[in-house]
Design a protein around this ligand. Sequence first.
Ligand SMILES: [Zn+2]
Length: 399
Amino acid sequence: MKKLFTISMALALGATAMAQETKVLFIGIDGLRSDALQQANTPAMDALIDEGLYTFDSWHLGVTSSGPSWSDMLTGVWEEKHGVTNNSYTGSNYNDYPYFVTRVKEYRPDLKAVQITSWGPMSDAVYNDGWDQKLIPPTDDACLQVAQIQLLDPELDLLFVHFDDCDAAGHGNGFSTDVAPYMNQIEYVDSQIGQLIASLEARPTYANEDWLVLLTTDHGGLGYSHGGLTDDERAIWWIARGGNVPNVEIFGEDPGSYIAGDANEELIPLTPVLTDIAVTAIDHLLPEVDPELEEEWDLDGKSWLDFATYIEKGEQADIDFTVWPNPSNGSFYIEITEDMASHANVRVLDMNGKVVKVIADNLASNTQKYVNLGDLEAGVYMLQVINNTQTSTRRIIIR
Ligand SMILES: [Zn+2]
């Protein structure tokens, strides 16, 4: 089954690349906490989630300020490489680690790329970044209008739109699900996203284009501020829809363990993080290039387009594990019955090889782990246990 899956994926990728021009819309929402997004009424973002890959369990690995965070996303590397650790952008090392726009233009020099933000420092303080146009409308509403005008241009290939007002509402009133002005602003920005997506899908050329929509936030917030390393500042979210991104939710049960460089770093390969934005965008815009293999670029992020390849990457050795009861109503216990070099995570695939659930958790050796798959439809699935160097798959039945 695995081989058939890989071949059919390859055919699908090839067909898409030949038929349609690949394009990216990247929507950045400043200062939107993960718990607040989950509680707010956000039909436009929900519609993207319904068709896309998403997680509410992403985790900020660096300085939770805007300058470093947008740099993580736009360069595909962490602050040790891009050098930005504050909002003045001093110390930036964009000559060695430029925005992904510059990387894409090495292969697609005619790519038309536009950045729209009302947050001055992102446009004023950043020089070597590859945009054809950097527009600085005075407000979020003006950003939306300017973006909608840009979307009328059939030549447009890459649009980055940044909405700043959730962050402003957090600073002014508090970053919390209990703060009405903050929650109201989230719902307002959702309506702006709805209008933006409507304009995208109204392009006369839309049917002949392959748009990947990426959305995320730069940081959360605590009290009236952010910049530190508390859970409330670091817990973020990540959405992608279109291209060859699978329709799946990525779970991470213990985001507090995603500290770069510590023993749980093996969780990061299975969870979307900020640097994955650039790498996924490059992968989509350059179907012939694997950005993770471009040594000179030295990217830290990973692409969620070739998500299926994690099966192959981990296929060097088996993991001995048992799963019971099987069949069940969706409640399973898993036990890994050997000593592993690194902790493992769980994925569930349907019989077409499509990933339907990822539980990015910390499975230790010789420990029982409870997994609840009760929200999946009854049927036959493949349950896969995977770590950096090993993977094993068992057939399970949900009744
Ligand atoms: Zn802020």
